[in-house]
Each structure stands twice: as structure tokens, then as C-alpha cells.
Design a protein around this ligand. Structure first.
Ligand code: SF4
Ligand code: SF4
Length: 418
């Protein structure tokens, strides 16, 4: 199975409950952005330009937990900004787990090993010495780290469990990824974090945005490598020229957004092999959304199923567009004129939506049976319940370190030690 049985049943029972109650709109996933401070400023990221990145401008822990209760989504994706900068991230994860939610912690990976080492220190005993030796020999921890781990700690930490995933942002192999995040060394650190997390028994996923320049062969090789090192699943979504990202690209980088982002036609060209990939890799998302991406069907957007909350309030209408923010989830649902936004199978309601095919707008449509066709439920069920694709052997021969690690820098002028 791509998703563990308990996780799948939790989401399925939430959908069935609301279908029986005939709830017109309900949340499947909450995008929780507790802060917009980040240790990167990636090309195309609207968030760190659209909102204040001051560390003091953040949601309180109580406000985060209340937001999750308000919308009651079974799954919460903690994003931002960089959530590992959030001072109460451990307590936030613990609080969401106590609410019995599935928790995704989205991170660029820079601070991941730091958090994992804190976890190791919290459970340290002499029985861990052989693990420490192995991790040291694989360059995943240093001698200095080992000394700190042996001292132990009583801090709150994030622990491996069946309801939590680390979700690491990786857009491509090293050279391209570091160019997109505008800092060399980030890819290498993120991959070390993934390997350490897997060695410690965590569930790990990756998320990738495909841009116009993305070399899909390169991305396929990256997925082969990630499968080989044990990553549990991948979310892959087409890049879309939403307002904030577009403005940043034009103003700061002097680039034409059209050279970077994908039109619908270009998305379908890029994703033409996606269903083959789905057999080879553990790609998350419904079979129906995959058919939409490859151009076999149209779908209407269901942005309301994945609401986004930020320190400024609930983004309306969606993760991409923010025409306004509402103080409560109830107001977001009731005051947003949903008929004004999105794309249906027959019309483009808002010209800004015309090229949007993003995961958070359309994957829920596949799960909720919007524009459903006979056999859709079976397709979705089969994709999720069939065995997870086996570890990809080709990955053993892939070397994704084709950038700064191979002396092939691109002179962003920045590196990960800065
Ligand atoms: S790591 Fe994420 S939040 Fe930070 S700049 Fe990059 S895309 Fe934006
Ligand atoms: S199509 Fe939906 S998810 Fe995409 S920008 Fe429009 S409202 Fe948002």
C-alpha cells in the first residue's frame, strides 16, 4: 500500500462521514503555515515575499491547534516558511497527534538533521553505540554530534510514529535543485537528512514542483535514487504562476514568469509519463488526478478541500490566491464566493486559474468524486491498496550529486554555510 492502512482508513472514513451528512464543503488537508520565516529564499516562492518573514509574526501554538480543530481535517501539512524554525514545532506536532491527525512536516531539509540528532539524544542509551558508529561511518553524524547525543536531553522532540511524515522539498538533482533554492549545499544536506531519518525509523516523503525548465529524465533519476534510499512516497505537482510568485520573478529576478511556469498544455507534455512513473514509484495522489495531469480527463478545482491558514488568517480562496484573509474557517467557507474561482470541466471562472493544475486544487477532486465517472472509486482504491512499487534497483547507480559536490557549482554566490 502507498499509504499505511490506518492512514487510508482515517481519510476514507472522514470522506464517508461527510458524504452521509451531505456536507457541501469540508476539509481533507489543512495547510498550516505557522510562520513565514525561512532560511532560504527560493526562486518562485511567493510566501517569503508576500508575507512578513519576521519571526515575531507567527501563529501561537494555541492558534495553530485551534485552526486544526476548526476545520477538522484528518491530515495537517505544516508548511510555511520553514516550519523547523517555528520555536514550538515539537509541541505543535505533539498537539496535532493528540488530536489524532496525520501530520506532514514540510521542510527544505536544512535543519532536519539537527532535529533528528535532538531526537537521538532524547533516547540515548549505550545500546545505540553501534547505530552511532554506523551513522558516523556514513557521514550522517560527526564525532561532535556523537558527543552531544551521548549527553542526552529532556527537550520535547519529534519521534517516529505511523501518523507522522517528514516531507522534504526536492525539485531535482543537486545542480538544478540548488539553483532553484538559490543556495549551494542545500540538496546535499536535505539528502543526508532523509538518509538519517530513514535510519532512525521515520516515514519520509518528498515533494517536487515541476517547472518549465525541469528535465523530466533528471527527475526520474532522482526518484530512482530516492526509492533506492528508502523514501516512502512522493508528491509531484506542476508549478503554476500564481500572483505572488509571478511578481517576485519579474521584479527581483527580471525574468519573464512565462519562461518558468507551465501552461496546461505544457504541464500535460511534462507529465505524459506520469502513469508509468506511478507504477514505478510510490507517488501519492489519486488515480483520477493522475489522469487529469496526463490529459485523459478534465476536473473541477476543489480548493476548499485543502484550506490554508497563516498568521494573517485563512487565505481566501486557496493556497495560491489570497484575495483576502478571514479570521475563522467558518468565515472562509461561508464568505468566499466559491463560484467566482477555479476551473470546472467547462469554464474558467477566474483568468488567474486558467493554467492551474496543482495538487492542492485538483487532487481532492479525484478523492471526493467531483466530476466522477463510473469506475473512478475502483481506480483510486486499486492504486492505493495495490502493493507499493518495490525499491528501485536502478537507483543504486544514480549519482544525483551533480552540482557543488561534483565541482559543478553554478555560482549562486551563496552556500549552505552562510
Ligand atoms: S524553503 Fe519553502 S518557504 Fe522557504 S523560500 Fe523555499 S519554497 Fe519558500
Ligand atoms: S484553480 Fe483552484 S487551486 Fe488553482 S488557483 Fe484557482 S482557485 Fe486556486
Amino acid at each position: 500500500m502507498r499509504f499505511p492502512l490506518k492512514t487510508t482508513l482515517k481519510i476514507a472514513s472522514h470522506i464517508i462521514k461527510h458524504k452521509l451528512l451531505r456536507t457541501p464543503r469540508f476539509a481533507l488537508v489543512l495547510q498550516l503555515e505557522p510562520l513565514h520565516t525561512c532560511n532560504l529564499a527560493c526562486t518562485g516562492c511567493g510566501r517569503v515575499r508576500e508575507y512578513s518573514t519576521n519571526i515575531n509574526h507567527r501563529m501561537t501554538l494555541d492558534a495553530c491547534l485551534d485552526a486544526a480543530n476548526q476545520c477538522d481535517a484528518p491530515m495537517v501539512s505544516i508548511c510555511g516558511g520553514e516550519p523547523l524554525i517555528y520555536p514550538e514545532i515539537e509541541l505543535l506536532v505533539e498537539g496535532l497527534l493528540a488530536q489524532k491527525r496525520i501530520v506532514y512536516i514540510c521542510t527544505n531539509g536544512i535543519l532536519l538533521r539537527h532535529k533528528l540528532k535532538e531526537y537521538m539524544a532524547s533516547i540515548y542509551s549505550s545500546e545505540m553505540e553501534s547505530l552511532i558508529k554506523n551513522l558516523f561511518s556514513e557521514n550522517l553524524i560527526s564525532e561532535e554530534d556523537a558527543v552531544t547525543i551521548r549527553k542526552g536531553n529532556n527537550k520535547p522532540v519529534i519521534r517516529p510514529n505511523e501518523w507522522t511524515y517528514w516531507n522534504i522539498h526536492l525539485d531535482s538533482t543537486e545542480r538544478t535543485h540548488d539553483l532553484i533554492v538559490e543556495r549551494e549545499g542545500v540538496f546535499r544536506e536535505a539528502v543526508s537528512g532523509i538518509r538519517l531519518a530513514k535510519a532512525l525509523g521515520f516515514q519520509v516523503a518528498t515533494n517536487t514542483t515541476v517547472y518549465r525548465q525541469t528535465d523530466m529524465n533528471d527527475l526520474e533519476h532522482l526518484l530512482e535514487y530516492l526509492s533506492w534510499i528508502g523514501v516512502d512516497g512522493h508528491t509531484i505537482s506542476p508549478g503554476y504562476d500564481y500572483d505572488a510568485a509571478k511578481i517576485d520573478m519579474a521584479k527581483r529576478l527580471g525574468k519573464n514568469p512565462e519562461e518558468f511556469y507551465l501552461s496546461r498544455k505544457q504541464t500535460r507534455e511534462k507529465f505524459k509519463d506520469f502513469q508509468r512513473w506511478s507504477k514505478k514509484f510510490s507517488i501519492f495522489g489519486t488515480a483520477v488526478y493522475q489522469e487529469f495531469l496526463v490529459g485523459k480527463r478534465e476536473l473541477s478545482c476543489t480548493a476548499w478541500a485543502i484550506p490554508t491558514v497563516t498568521p494573517k488568517g485563512w487565505r481566501s480562496p486557496c493556497y495560491m490566491l489570497a484575495d483576502t484573509h478571514y479570521p475563522t474557517y467558518k468565515e472562509l467557507l461561508e464568505k468566499t464566493d466559491w463560484n467566482k474561482y477555479g476551473v470546472t470541466t467547462t469554464e474558467i471562472r477566474d483568468p488567474r486559474c486558467s493554467n492551474c493544475m496543482v495538487h492542492c486544487g485538483f487532487d481532492p477532486s479525484g478523492a471526493l468524486g467531483v466530476d466522477g465517472k463510473f469506475g473512478d472509486n475502483w481506480k483510486n482504491f486499486k492504486l492505493n491498496f495495490s502493493p507499493r512499487p518495490p525499491r528501485c534497483k536502478e537507483g543504486a547507480n544514480v549519482n544525483p550529486f551533480n552540482g557543488v559536490s561534483a565541482g559543478n557549482e553554478h555560482l549562486t554566490g551563496k552556500n549552505n554555510s552562510q
